[in-house]
Structure formats: C-alpha cells, structure tokens
Design a protein around this ligand. Structure first.
Ligand code: NAD
Length: 386
C-alpha cells in the first residue's frame, strides 16, 4: 500500500539553529512575520530575541503573545484579527505545542473562511494557508513536523483533532538550546508525550515502513535520555537527543496516527485540565497492558528499541520489561495518579460515558491494535482511577 508522506519543506536542526530563522524566511520568500507565542516566552526574553533576528530582514514584524495553554477556538480570534489587519505573509510560532498548534489554526482561519469546528476530523485539511515557521521550545509534541492541530471547541468542550497536509508547517527550526529553560515538570510531561507518540505510532494500525523508521529512531533517542533530560540540568546530550527524538516521534505519528492513549487522554485534558503529556503518561502503562495481546510482537519490539531487552526470544519477558519501565518512568518523573492530581472522584465517574464517547469521536481509538467499544473505554477509565 502506498502512503503519502508529508514533511516541512525546510528543517533547520541542531544547537544554534534559531540563527537560521532569517535564511528560512528568505527561502520561503516571506517578508513580514507575525510571531505567535505566549507569556512565558515573552518573560524569558525569547520573543524579543526572535523579533531582533527578524527585524533587519522583515518589512514588518508583529507579535501576538497571548497563546492559551492547550488552546481553544476563542483564544485564536484576536490573533486572526491582528494577522489580517497587519497583512502578515507568514507566522513564526515560538513555544510548545500550544503556540505551534495555535499558529497552524490561525494561519488556516486567516487564509480561509469558517470556524475551527468546521475543520475537525474526519475532514482532511488540504487548503494552503500562509506559511508557518515552527520553533518548538518543548521536546514533546513534535507539532513542528505534524499535519495536526488540536484545538478545544469552547461550546462543546471537545478537544478537536484537526488534520491534513494543509496544516504542515512550511519550516521547522529544531534547536534544543531553546529547551534549556524548561522546568523539570514540563520537561517530564512533554517528554512522556513524545515517548507515547513513538510507541503509539509503532503499534498503530496505520503504521507503515516509513513511520516505523521514525518511531524506532525516536524510541532509541527518547528512552535512554528522558529521565536525564528532565532531572540533570546540564545534561546537554540528553536534551539534544530528546529534542530530536520528539520531532521524529511527531513525524512518525503524523504519518501513522496516534491511538487509544491519545484518544482517551484528550478528554482528561478538557474536563480536568490535566496537561496533555501528563494525561498520556497516566494512561500509557494501563492501555499498553490492555493492548499487548493484540500486537504482542510489536510491543515486544518497542521494549527492544527502548533498550529494555536484547532480543525477542521471550515475548512475555519483553512485555513485562516494557510495562515495568513505563511505570518506573512515571514514578521517577513524579507523574501523579488521577486522584493525587486533584480530580474529584464523583465528577470523574459521572463523566466516564461522555469521555468514552469523545475519545471515540476523535477517531484515535480505531487505530489501536485492540479496538475498544464504549463500555471497554468506560472500564479502562474506571481502572485508571487511583
Ligand atoms: P505547552 O505548549 O502548553 O507548554 C507548557 C508550558 O511550558 C507553557 O506554560 C509554556 O509557556 C511553557 N514552556 C514552553 N517552553 C518552555 C521553555 N523552553 N522554558 C520554559 N517554559 C516553557 O505544552 P506542550 O506539551 O508543548 O503542548 C501541549 C499542546 O500541544 C496541547 O494542546 C496538545 O493537545 C498539543 N499537541 C499537539 C500535537 C500536534 O501534533 N499538533 C501533538 C501533541 C500534542
């Protein structure tokens, strides 16, 4: 079967790659950029740094620094107006997945009609929009190299998955030095998100030979470096490996899809404001255990690519090693249980059906090796409660 692979046109990769931003704009023939970022980036001085890089080369530089964490559709409106009024010809997304996803959605809404809910899956976004140059500052979502944006519908509280080649950033500037300021909590949540992308892309029903290579490389980079990158402030090698691993994991899942962990994790973000990577991590060991019987070899291979076993002579041992490591990482990186996060048990249980329906609507559970029914997902949410 043939697969259409979509990637950014330009990828500037490595320590110091940020300095190549003007060249990147030049290569894309862009003259006036609006930076899309958030308050943290502003406070860290990164917005000013990017503005200073752009100013000599751009006719006009704008700044929107009100990106909302895990953005909803209403948070985009002011930016859409700003970009339209300033007639900017490209967006420079600076930040984590929230800034990059916002920029992708803003570019789409500036260039075309409608609301974000008109574009959610199963619609495929093929429309061309003004170019987005994505500069990730977390080693996590891989959004800089995915044809995906995730925007919450403020009316229904659904975390909408929007997908299609029209959402792929024109360029990605992947510079691990921008992650050095990450607090350990954010580094852990975003790093666990990247690990989840790599595993889910590898076991996805839509996995293919191309996505497998990216997923394997991502697991090899992420698994041995995640803990050090989060807990050892000066371990630059680990941080560099995490950044590369996160982008490769993004390429892997963008071309193979995520699966049940992401499907069930998004409603936890919407209803209880659990950060995206943390809610993935809370579910990853449980859903991996649930799914292993339907793809035993693939999951054993994950254990091998993560360096947990040397061979596949004994699949059960490999599965045990994988589950043990996922639980150990959660413990070492202080991923809380749902109750320790502060979720109220009664409210959680009142939302089980709704969350299962929202998970199903996203389409992601259908990519899982073991495709669950609504009652299966309700039971999984019940088991996840500790
Ligand atoms: P985020 O962008 O929300 O950032 C988390 C926090 O970390 C923010 O306060 C941010 O300001 C701060 N931060 C970011 N970089 C920093 C740095 N270098 N130093 C200090 N602080 C920094 O988190 P995220 O996990 O990167 O993105 C989450 C969003 O991405 C969610 O909405 C999720 O649904 C989405 N997502 C998108 C894709 C995709 O392919 N489009 C994939 C996975 C997740």
């Amino acid at each position: 079967m043939a697969n259409s692979i979509v990637l950014p046109k330009i990828m500037q990769v490595g320590g110091g790659a940020l300095a190549l931003l003007p060249d990147t704009l030049d290569a894309l023939k862009c003259k006036s950029a609006c930076i899309i970022s958030d308050k943290t980036m502003l406070q860290l001085g990164l917005v000013d740094k990017v503005k200073a890089l752009l100013t000599p080369y751009s006719v006009n530089v704008g700044v929107f620094s009100d990106v909302m964490p895990e953005p909803n559709d209403t948070s985009l409106k002011a930016a859409v107006e700003l970009v339209r009024a300033g007639k900017f010809d490209c967006l420079v997304a600076l930040g984590g997945g929230s800034a990059i996803d916002s920029a992708k959605a803003i570019a789409l809404l500036v260039s075309h009609q409608g609301e974000m809910r008109d574009y959610k899956v199963p619609r495929i976004i093929t429309e061309h929009s003004i170019p987005v140059i994505a500069i990730p500052t977390t080693a996590g979502t891989g959004s800089e190299a995915t044809k995906v944006t995730v925007i919450t519908d403020s009316l229904s509280d659904e975390k909408m998955l929007c997908m299609g080649p029209g959402l792929m950033p024109a360029a990605a500037i992947i510079d691990y030095q921008l992650t050095l300021s990450l607090p350990p909590r954010v580094a852990a949540d975003t790093g666990l998100d990247a690990l989840t992308h790599a595993i889910e892309a590898y076991v996805s029903r839509k996995a293919n030979l191309f996505s497998d290579q990216q997923a394997i490389a991502a697991m090899k980079l992420i698994a041995p470096n995640l803990q050090s990158a989060c807990l050892e402030a000066d371990n630059l090698k680990a941080k560099e490996a995490m950044m590369m691993g996160a982008s490769l994991a993004g390429i892997a899942f963008s071309n193979a899809s995520v699966a049940l962990v992401h499907g069930m994790s998004r409603p936890l973000g919407v209803h209880f404001h659990v950060p995206h990577g943390m809610s993935n991590a809370m579910l990853l060991p449980l859903i991996t255990e649930y799914s292993i019987p339907h793809a035993p070899e693939r999951y054993a291979q994950c254990a091998m690519h993560m360096g947990l076993v040397n061979n596949l002579d004994n699949l059960s041992s490999a599965h045990e090693a994988l589950i043990r490591e996922l639980k150990r990482l959660n413990q070492t990186l202080d991923v809380p249980s749902l109750s320790a996060f502060g979720i109220e048990q009664k409210r959680y249980h009142s939302l089980l059906e709704t969350m299962a329906e929202q998970a199903l609507a996203s389409g992601s559970p259908a990519n899982n090796p073991r495709v669950p029914s609504i009652p299966d997902m309700v039971a999984l949410y019940q088991s996840a409660w500790t």
